[in-house]
Structures are given as structure tokens and as C-alpha cells.
Write a protein that binds this ligand. Structure first.
Ligand SMILES: Cc1cc2nc3c(=O)[nH]c(=O)nc-3n(C[C@H](O)[C@H](O)[C@H](O)COP(=O)(O)OP(=O)(O)OC[C@H]3O[C@@H](n4cnc5c(N)ncnc54)[C@H](O)[C@@H]3O)c2cc1C
Ligand code: SF4
Length: 541
């Protein structure tokens, strides 16, 4: 079955005429910069003076932009703006809603090529930052909500899609960063939301008024939330009729009243407060996660995109994770930088030409390109949804993300092999610069004579940063759990593996007679239908 079943695409209609919704004063969140935000510098200014309630190390943060632990994560998002300025083909697209060139992170995919270009942009940003640049959750939430709101309206006669497109258009016009808040804290994992002892374990509606709804609860592990302008709150799992109050999707400004952010600390994060840049490994860039606590936070009706339609929660989660699991191509870009670091330390140590070193670099590259290949294959094998947005292939997206739960760990292991023990026993930058022992440290830390000891130290610190320091959060553990822990992908792969079809192939070859008439059917369905469909097919066919 094709996903689109002959109904006219609203997306196609709006493409003829750019959306003319005027951005209202209320929609323009308080920012220190003049919108639209285009450059990294404008973005950084836009985050100032927002009066967010952020806790870090037991204290309220005065100004996150200037906090040494937080700033590298802001720099990573700023790079998504600067890339768009430097390489518009990679970092931007023309919006059918505004008619303008916008940042690709805010674009709705109009073709498989758009999805592939998202992946290429993600790989490039991974290369440039060596960490999580935080904007893909919002991008994937936008693309999944485009089709889900359309299909809720179709079933219930609601007006969510139009509201959503209004919000999307406003975000595109202003150049905002959107955070995707899906993962609830979840309490007892064996229980549904309505079965929890404490109902706040899943974000829920506590009150409805003529103006809107109030929500309560907490979202965990929220990537880039403090660096965003808006958050989109979404359910995290399949919901049943008794979970109706948990079936809420809405957009709210990051500085909405009643939100508290509790910053997630990362391995070696306080090195950013010690001064110096060598021990940091990657002094400029890092990721960011925080817990977001909603204490009866108001969302007006025009920013609500689902309210009570619990039967669509599973559709949203599956479509969001479908987009997001192939977004993990970002790790192939980070992997490029780590492979480069491993090759550099081998060179500095004078062993680059040894056959086993070269073989390990080949192995790392093989693993890294496997991640990339499955990501873009999923994007190429896309389908057009009823709303007109394109969605990448779910089976291959899950294969991509499942690779990501393993391969960065093996690439990291090989990088540590090539780095040598110095990666974890090296002295600090302060010893290197010490008036008495600095010369001794530089003498004994030398590898090849042409290479300064400081450079050798810098490259091993980068490998430390990416495999066990701050950016190992993004490269390793986020690879494991982000967009769902490994079992979540195995469930999706299992659902689509079409064993009956494959058994029939085997029985045919082995000369075993079919047991039923269905077994002789050679009609392709499910995943196999997509595998053998023409690359340029439309779902109208
Ligand atoms: C660095 C990082 C960034 C992230 N960014 C975001 C973000 O921006 N937005 C967002 O919404 N989410 C984000 N996530 C959340 C991510 O989607 C979750 O971590 C993931 O879904 C797993 O949930 P959990 O961490 O609560 O793990 P848990 O649910 O505690 O899982 C732990 C283990 O228990 C197993 N398990 C869980 N439930 C069950 C069950 N019912 N039955 C059997 N086994 C079970 C899991 O398979 C896993 O092996 C991020 C996570 C990380 C680590
Ligand atoms: S982990 Fe990768 S896909 Fe997810 S937000 Fe970070 S950079 Fe994007």
C-alpha cells in the first residue's frame, strides 16, 4: 500500500501560493537579536536576557550564554546558522510557505532529495563541530507533525494542520531553533501513563480554559532545549483511551512561565571552568541536555496540534522516530573527525605506515560509511505522505540507528587503541606551561621530532573528549539511547521483516509445494514494495 491514497495534497496547494500568515507579536519570542536570525552571531545574541530558570551545579544560572560550561553547546548550534550562510545549497532550502530561502532545519521535505540533503548537512555539521549540534529533533518533529496533524484532521474534522502550518511558517520567517520534547521521565516503565502512582511521570493536561490548556510533568534528556527559542511537546509512546489527558502536542516559548530547566552534567564538564583549552580536547563545541519541568505551563489553543486524540500518539512516535533514526547520520560526520584524530596521533607517533594501523583506519572508515550509507538509503527510499511531506524509509532508518548503537563504540575503541595510554595519563595543560617542569613535560611527551609535544597532547585530548569526555555523551551514549534504545529498533525491524514472504522464496527454490493460495502470490507488499518501486514514483500511482 502506498501511504497516500489519492486525496489531494494540501501541501501541493500551498506550494502554489506562499503562506501569507502574518507573524503576531505574541509569537515573536523575546530575543536579543533582530529577527529573522540568519548568522551564528545573531543567533547567540538572540539567546541573551531571556530570564530562563536554569539550574546548574546547584545554582541558578545568571546568563546561560556566558556560562563557560554552556557556551560550547551554543557555539555548536551557531554553526548551523553559519553553515547556512557559507554553503546555502547544503544548509538552506526554499520554503513553499514563505517563498524565501530558509535554514534547512526548518524546512518540510518536498522530495527524497530534500531528505538526503538533510543527511548531508548533518554529516557536514558533525565534521565541523565533533558533537551534537542539537537542531535535528525540531526538524524531525516538524516533518512528522506535518503529516500527523493532517491525518488527525481528516479523521476528526479538527484544524490542527492549519495551526501547525501557521506556527511552522512563523518559525521559518523568524529563523528560530525548535526543540523537540518527546521523552517523558516515565517512572515505572512497566506501567502506562494512567497507571503510574504519580501522574506527573508523563506530561499531561491539568486544566483547559477558553484560551488554552495547562500542562504538567517533565521531559528528560532534552537536547539543546535551553539553546532553543520554542519547544514542541509531544507524547512519548502509544496511548490508550485511559491516557487521553496525556495525548497533548503543543508549542511553547522556551521562556514560558512555569518552566524550570535542570542542566544535565557531562563527563569532564568542569574542565571548561579551569581556564586553558588543551585539556578540553574540543574547547569550542559541545552538546547540551537538560530536564525540562513544566509546572502548570499554559499553551494557547492556536499552538495546540493534538488534544486528546490518543489513537494518533503511536503514529506520531513512529513517524518522528522514522525521521530521527536516520538523522543519526550526524554520527558519521563526528566519526570522520575521530578517524582523523586517530590517523593524526598515529602520524605523530611515527607509526602511520604500519600495516595494522592502516587496517584499523580502514575498519573505522568501513563502519563509519556503513552508518552513512544506511541513513541516505533510508532518505532516498522515501514515500510521499497524504499531507505532501516526504518521509524516509522506516526499515532502513531503524537499521541505520541500530548500527549507530554499536559502530561508534567500535570506532571509539579503535581510536583509543591508536591513541595509546597517554590519552588517560597525560598531565594537564598547567604542567605543560609550568615554569619549572614545562620543559621536562614537553621533552618526555614528544613523539616524532618534528611534532610539538603540545600538538600531540591536543590530539589525544580530542580523542579523550570524544570517547570518554564531554562529547562522548553525543558520540556514544546518545548513539545508544537517543531516538530510542536498541530494543526499540529491533521491534520496528521485526515488524517489517516479512518472514512469510522470505519463507516463500526459500520454499520455491527448494521445490517445496505451497501450503495455501496466498503463498503463491507474487504481489509485493510492505517493505518489499518500496524496495522494488521506481525511485521517482508518486504515491498517487
Ligand atoms: C544524549 C541524549 C539526548 C537525547 N535527546 C532527546 C531529545 O532531544 N528529545 C527527546 O524527547 N528525547 C531525547 N533523548 C531521549 C531518548 O529518546 C531516550 O533516552 C530513549 O528513548 C530511552 O529512554 P530512557 O533514557 O528513559 O531509557 P529507559 O527507558 O530507562 O531504558 C533503559 C533500558 O530499559 C529498557 N526498557 C525501557 N522500557 C522498557 C519496557 N517497558 N520493557 C522492557 N524494557 C524496557 C530499554 O530498552 C533500555 O535497555 C535523548 C537521550 C540521550 C541519551
Ligand atoms: S544526536 Fe545527531 S541527530 Fe540528534 S540532534 Fe544531535 S546532531 Fe542531530
Amino acid at each position: 500500500m502506498h501511504r497516500e491514497q489519492g486525496r489531494g495534497s494540501m501541501f501541493a496547494q500551498v506550494q502554489d501560493k506562499p503562506h501569507t500568515m502574518a507573524t503576531t507579536k505574541d509569537d515573536v519570542v523575546r530575543t536579543g537579536a533582530q529577527a529573522p536570525i540568519r548568522t551564528g552571531a545573531e543567533y547567540v545574541e538572540s539567546l541573551r536576557a531571556r530570564n530562563l530558570k536554569v539550574y546548574l551545579f546547584g545554582e541558578l544560572v545568571d546568563e546561560p550564554v556566558d556560562h563557560p560550561v554552556i557556551r560550547p553547546s551554543i557555539n555548536a548550534v551557531a554553526e548551523t546558522y553559519d553553515l547556512a550562510v557559507r554553503s546555502p545549497e547544503l544548509g538552506t532550502a526554499v520554503s513553499p510557505y514563505t517563498g524565501e530561502r530558509i535554514n534547512r532545519f526548518l524546512h518540510i521535505a518536498e522530495s527524497p532529495e530534500d531528505l538526503v540533503m538533510q543527511n548531508k548537512m548533518q554529516r557536514r555539521l558533525g565534521q565541523l563541530t565533533g558533537t551534537c549540534f542539537q537542531r535535528c529533533v525540531g526538524m524531525d518533529a516538524f516533518n512528522s507533525l506535518h503529516s500527523v496533524t493532517f491525518e488527525i484532521d481528516e479523521a476528526h474534522g479538527t484544524a490542527y494542520h492549519e495551526r501547525f502550518v501557521d506556527f511552522l511558517t512563523m518559525a521559518q520567517q523568524q529563523g528560530y531553533v525548535i526543540g523537540g520534547a518527546m521523552t517523558d521521565v516515565k517512572g515505572d516503565r512497566s506501567k502506562a501513563p494512567h497507571e503510574q502512582d504519580d501522574p506527573d511521570m508523563f506530561v499531561r493536561v491539568t486544566k483547559r480554559t477558553d484560551e488554552g490548556v495547562y500542562i504538567r510533568g517533565a521531559k528528560a534528556h532534552q537536547t539543546g532545549c535551553i539553546n532553543s527559542h520554542w519547544l514542541i511537546v509531544m507524547p512519548t509512546l502509544r496511548l490508550g483511551p485511559k491516557d487521553k489527558e496525556f495525548a497533548i502536542i503543543g508549542a511553547l516559548p522556551v521562556d514560558a512561565e512555569g518552566i524550570t530547566y535542570i542542566y544535565g552534567r557531562q563527563s569532564c564538564d568542569t574542565r571548561a571552568m579551569e581556564g586553558g583549552d588543551i585539556d578540553l580536547g574540543n574547547a569550542k563545541f559541545s552538546g547540551q541536555e537538560a530536564m525540562v519541568v513544566f509546572d502548570d505551563v499554559f499553551i494557547p489553543w492556536d499552538k495546540i496540534f493534538m488534544d486528546g486524540e490518543y489513537e494518533f500518539a503511536a503514529m506520531l512516535v513512529e513517524r518522528f522516530t522514522c525521521y530521527h533514526r536516520r538523522s543519526y547520520v550526524c554520527k558519521s560526520g563526528v566519526g570522520d573527525a575521530l578517524i582523523g584524530a586517530a590517523a593524526t596521533i598515529a602520524d605523530y607517533n611515527g607509526v602511520e605506515k604500519a600495516s595494522h594501523i592502516r587496517d584499523k583506519l580502514v575498519e573505522m572508515t568501513h563502519l563509519n560509511e556503513t552508518i552513512y550509507s544506511t541513513g541516505i538509503a533510508s532518505s532516498y527510499q522515501a514515500s510521499k505522505m497524504k499531507s505532501g511531506v516526504f518521509m524516509n524509509d522506516d526499515m532502513i532508518a531503524n537499521v541505520c540507528k541500530h548500527h549507530v548503537t554499536r559502530m561508534p563504540y567500535e570506532i571509539g575503541r579503535l581510536a583509543q587503541d591508536l591513541a595509546g595510554g597517554i590519552m588517560v595519563t597525560a598531565p594537564s595543560q598547567k604542567e605543560l606551561e609550568h615554569p619549572e617542569i614545562g620543559d621536562i613535560v614537553r621533552k618526555y611527551l614528544k613523539g616524532r621530532k618534528e611534532i610539538a609535544a603540545e600538538d600531540r597532547l591536543r590530539i589525544v585530548r580530542l580523542i579523550e573528549n570524544m570517547t570518554m569526555g564531554r562529547n562522548a555523551v553525543g558520540y556514544l551514549t546518545e548513539s545508544m539511547h537517543g531516538a530510542g534504545s536498541p530494543q526499540a529498533q529491533r521491534v520496528q525491524i521485526g515488524r517489517q521483516m516479512q518472514l512469510e514472504f522470505k519463507k516463500q522464496l526459500a520454499k520455491n527454490l527448494a521445490g517445496i509445494a505451497p501450503e495455501s493460495a496466498e503463498e503463491v502470490s507474487d504481489e509485493l507488499a510492505g517493505y518489499m514494495e518500496k524496495v522494488f518501486a521506481s525511485a521517482n514514483r508518486s504515491n498517487d500511482e
